[in-house]
Write a protein that binds this ligand. Structure first.
Ligand code: G3I
Length: 434
């Protein structure tokens, strides 16, 4: 499928009819692709699609199926029960956010979570989404909410001061909508992956406030009504509880958080707005500082709806979920929702491999944290930072660690996947529907 991406021109911010036509056509291209890929007689990689855009009106010029002699080759052996799910079943209806309403198959992670109303989610790698059928099949089957892993971050979506690039983020949102999935936007104010023009620019306080306002209005406005929840501010607090020194805190001051939430709410009053950070599950000075900040924002009437607990764990030292539940409850007692937003449990590799005991320990950890979310009535979603060890940030950024996700590099379930299935099957029906 690589040809597909090269054909689609980078998208400038467009409002009104043509964008809607784009959306409708793109969404149907995903549905068509999923349908073609679900055909039992299809050979892997035998579908090419060209979409030519002229004058804002998309013309699905041609779908050329290179279906070879259609003998053999199905995706059945790629990930559990992959083939049957990628094409949404039944007549396509859609809800107010334009998401096609489909029920996730029984036995899938999201299907098993349905009784509780908790959304099971994953980060999405846009390159794998385009390039790999098993990636798309598993993504469509198991998940009720998706978070673009990188494509909504400043550096990727706003590479030049006067240019936005929504192409890759739109693909993920279109895919999600075609498969009945909610979208979790990530993120609107952070200290990482910022474009050079911002990070190394010289701006007055007022100019930087205007830049923050324009970015949030443009990006949130572009996806208005299609994003369920946004990480508005990400990782603003250091481990000692102090305010992280970033382009925002240095250039605007501590009130940049309040401004960011206000700008996001103005741009899309329907989206739930979250503060998102890591290591909050451990308790201590950082968790206390975040607690105080969101409490004060809430008390001031700033439109904040929830707190995202990234929960990136290291298997051999991961905290027990039993200590985590009371921490979640404290934030809920402030009248906020909570969510687990970037869960993974990295394993210390031995000569690049994982020991069976570590995989069993990882399964226990996965089960416990899914349980902590299911049994907290205001926990809205349990999102992992990927789902297959084939596509995980861990090895490239944390050398010596890896295998943090529930499916292995061949999309085969690990003990952690089965532990999630067992926990969802046993606990989801018993929890109040949220
Ligand atoms: O896109 C470029 C590519 O063109 C270039 O060839 C390649 C080689 O340098 O880099 C690619 O960019 C990489 C980008 O991921 C996309 O793959 C960046 O180098 C790499 O730093 C970036 O890593 C991301 C990381 O955030 C950046 O901090 C990870 O994929 C992503 O999983 C990770 O996610 C963060 C959350 O946003 C916030 N919480 C922690 C989490 C894990 O670090």
């Amino acid at each position: 499928m690589p040809g597909l991406m090269r054909d689609l021109p980078a998208r400038r911010t467009t409002q009104g009819q043509s964008a809607t036509t784009f959306r409708a056509v793109d969404k149907n291209v995903w549905r068509l692709l999923s349908f073609l890929e679900a055909r039992p007689d299809r050979q892997p990689g035998s579908v090419r699609t060209r979409v030519v855009k002229r004058r804002g009106v998309a013309l699905a010029a041609s779908v050329v199926v290179f279906a070879s002699a259609c003998a053999g080759g199905t995706t059945a052996n790629v990930g559990p029960q992959a083939t049957s799910t990628s094409a949404p079943s039944g007549p396509a209806t859609s809800n107010p956010t334009g998401t096609t309403v489909v029920s996730h198959p029984a036995g899938s992670l999201q299907g098993l979570a349905e009784p509780s109303g908790v959304l099971i989610g994953t980060a999405v790698d846009s390159a794998a989404l385009i390039a790999e059928v098993p990636y798309r099949d598993t993504l469509a089957k198991d998940f009720g909410i998706v978070t673009p892993e990188n494509d909504m971050k400043w550096g990727l979506i706003h590479p030049e001061r006067d240019r936005y690039d929504f192409a890759k983020a739109d693909q993920i949102v279109d895919f999600a909508q075609a498969h009945g999935q909610q979208v979790h936007g990530h993120n609107l104010a952070w200290h990482n992956q910022n474009p050079d023009w911002l990070e190394h620019g010289t701006f007055t306080r007022d100019e930087l406030i205007q830049i923050l306002h324009d970015h949030i209005s443009t990006v949130v406005g572009h996806f208005k009504g299609r994003i369920a929840m946004w990480d508005v501010v990400n990782e603003a607090i250091e481990s000692d509880g102090s305010l992280r020194q970033t382009v925002w805190s240095k250039g605007i001051g501590p009130d940049y958080l309040e401004l960011a939430f206000t700008f996001a709410h103005d741009a899309d009053p329907t989206a739930k707005l979250y503060y998102n950070d890591y290591a909050l599950e451990l308790g201590g000075p950082k968790t206390e500082a975040v607690y105080n900040i969101v409490r004060d924002l809430k008390n001031k009437g700033v439109p904040i709806d929830g707190v995202g607990f990234q929960t990136h764990l290291v298997n051999q030292v991961s905290p027990r979920a039993a200590n985590f539940a009371p921490i979640l409850q404290r934030f809920v007692d402030l009248g906020l929702d909570v969510a687990i937003t970037e869960f993974d449990d990295a394993i210390k590799l031995t000569a690049g491999t994982t020991a069976a005991a570590d995989l069993e320990q990882q399964a226990v950890t996965y089960r416990e944290f899914v349980h902590a979310c299911l049994t907290q009535v205001r926990c809205r979603s349990f999102t992992m930072w990927g789902f297959t060890d084939q596509h995980s940030w861990i090895p490239s950024i944390l050398p010596g660690l890896g295998a943090g996700l529930p499916l292995d590099k061949n999309y085969q379930p690990k003990p952690a996947y089965q532990a999630m299935v067992d926990e969802l099957r046993s606990t989801a029906p018993a929890t109040p529907k949220r």
